[in-house]
Design a binder for this molecule. Structure first.
Ligand SMILES: [Zn+2]
Length: 208
């Protein structure tokens, strides 16, 4: 029994590493990413060769809808190119004999991802879609998603400075020195009281 379980676990973990597999498309995350159900295991697949507009970009939703209309709920075949650092299978998606990656470019829903793909046929199909103003190419100034991702505001958290606004004053009634509330002597002198900004002499270190 234990041996059987071990075998099953091994078989499952190998599914994603296989060169080719088929499964049902259970989710379309965006125009170039889907989740495929294979033996009750969900496998995330990123389309090779293409890059579609991000959801927040113009045509991001249309690209997603276009992809959904093609393959959602359908049985597809994935030919895996590689597994990326996020654990996603990068590959080509086929519906029967249709090469969906190519269709997305042909119909103007995807850029040819030239950094990662040297496929000249796809480059030519992209050019054709562009000239015909198909899909996202209706916008002559469409920003490629890889550039758009770079332009996104960085998430570096700006450290909030402690509020140094002076709101109250402390008068050392023995030395007649006035401290503001940023001072270490504020409310700390043996004799003293809260004061106005004009009483006493200003402290040399906090400015009073
Ligand atoms: Zn002071």
């Amino acid at each position: 029994m234990r041996l059987l379980l071990t075998y099953l676990l091994l078989a499952c973990s190998l599914v994603a590493a296989e060169k080719s597999f088929t499964g049902k498309v259970v989710r379309v995350l965006d125009g170039d990413t889907i989740v495929v159900l294979v033996d009750e295991k969900q496998i995330k697949v990123r389309f090779a060769h293409i890059d579609t507009p991000e959801k927040a970009q113009a045509f991001g939703n249309q690209a997603k809808k276009a992809l959904s209309a093609k393959i959602f709920g359908k049985q597809v075949r994935i030919q895996v190119d590689t597994i990326d650092r996020y654990g996603r299978s990068i590959g080509n998606v086929y519906l029967d004999k249709r090469w969906i990656n190519q269709e997305m470019i042909t119909e103007g829903w995807a850029w040819h991802y030239k950094t990662y793909s040297k496929d000249e046929k796809l480059a030519a199909l992209e050019q054709k879609a562009k000239e015909a103003n198909l899909g996202l190419w209706a916008d002559a100034k469409a920003v490629a998603p890889w550039n758009w991702r770079k332009k996104k505001p960085s998430k570096t958290t700006t450290k909030t400075q402690p509020d140094k606004a002076v709101t109250s004053y402390w008068l050392n009634t023995k030395s007649n020195t006035r401290h503001n509330n940023s001072c270490k002597w504020f409310n700390k002198t043996k004799k003293g009281r809260l004061s106005t900004a004009k009483e006493g002499k200003a402290c040399g270190s906090c400015g009073g």
